[in-house]
Design a protein around this ligand. Structure first.
Ligand code: ADP
Ligand code: ADP
Length: 226
């Protein structure tokens, strides 16, 4: 199994946000994690990327136990997260934002090549490479946030509500690019409140409700039975 989460518990203080989640992701899949506000979707993603720590259970990625690893080692292991709210550095250029996403120990030619790959994926970023990120539209900032995560050349990409607050046409464009990236071999976990849009892209989905998985099925079945 590429990513396997078993009986994951996460607490914030005394309050348990995840009550024993089981979830797996096969290599090459797009899996969406759905559910209402507060269901535990972000907590699930952040525990994979090490931003919150599990109080119990295990998260195994490609044979490595992530739940006890520091976040920077998890990034180095090939896990990248695009956090909620398109966080970009507004006073840095598009190019500088992308550079921040790469590992400093990579050679410059490799970093440059990865940056050019991102400009191919998001041509609008190529046109704006010298522009300050703060001057980009919301959709462009979301593309930049995804691009920055891709600079680390991850093997699995975790996205937290990338469609939030974006016009449907932009959501369509971004999801189409995610599909292309997936087809080139990247595994994707997509957290969304926008279930229909996410399921049109995903292979499988999980539905969370107050910290528990209540449904797991193919995207096709989940779309047919809302
Ligand atoms: P979702 O992403 O599905 O909206 P979250 O994972 O953000 O859900 O939240 C799950 C639960 O954990 C909610 O009850 C939320 O209020 C709580 N929670 C999230 N973050 C914190 C935090 N930093 N401190 C305390 N409680 C939190
Ligand atoms: P590697 O890390 O395997 O050495 P490179 O960085 O040399 O890969 O990338 C090879 C080519 O593929 C480059 O043109 C690069 O822009 C592009 N590329 C990089 N990562 C990906 C990816 N995940 N999917 C598709 N193309 C990619």
């Amino acid at each position: 199994m590429f990513l396997e989460i078993k009986d994951l518990h996460v607490k914030y203080g005394n309050v348990e946000a995840l009550h024993g989640i089981n979830l797996h992701v096969n290599e090459g899949e797009i899996v969406s994690v759905l559910g209402a506000n507060g269901a535990g979707k972000s907590t699930t993603l952040m525990s994979i990327s090490g931003l919150v720590k599990a109080s119990g259970g295990s998260i195994v990625f490609d044979g490595m136990e992530l739940s006890k690893m520091p976040a920077h080692k998890i990034v180095a292991a090939g896990v990248a997260q695009v956090p909620e709210g398109r966080r970009v550095f507004g006073t840095l250029t598009v190019h500088e934002n992308l550079k921040l996403g790469s590992f400093t120990n990579r050679d410059l030619a490799h970093i440059k090549q990865t940056e050019e790959w991102i400009y191919q994926l998001f041509p609008v970023l190529a046109q704006r490479r010298s522009q300050l990120a703060g001057t980009l539209s919301g959709g462009e900032q979301q593309m930049l946030a995804i691009g920055r995560a891709l600079m680390a050349k991850p093997r699995i990409l975790l996205l937290d509500e990338p469609s939030l607050g974006l016009a449907p046409i932009l959501v369509k464009a971004i999801f189409k690019t995610l599909q292309e990236i997936n087809q080139s071999g990247l595994t994707v976990v997509l957290v969304e409140q926008n279930a229909r849009a996410a399921l049109r892209l995903a292979h499988r989905g999980y539905v969370l409700e107050v910290g528990r998985v209540v449904l797991e099925d193919s995207a096709e079945n989940l779309l047919a039975n809302p």
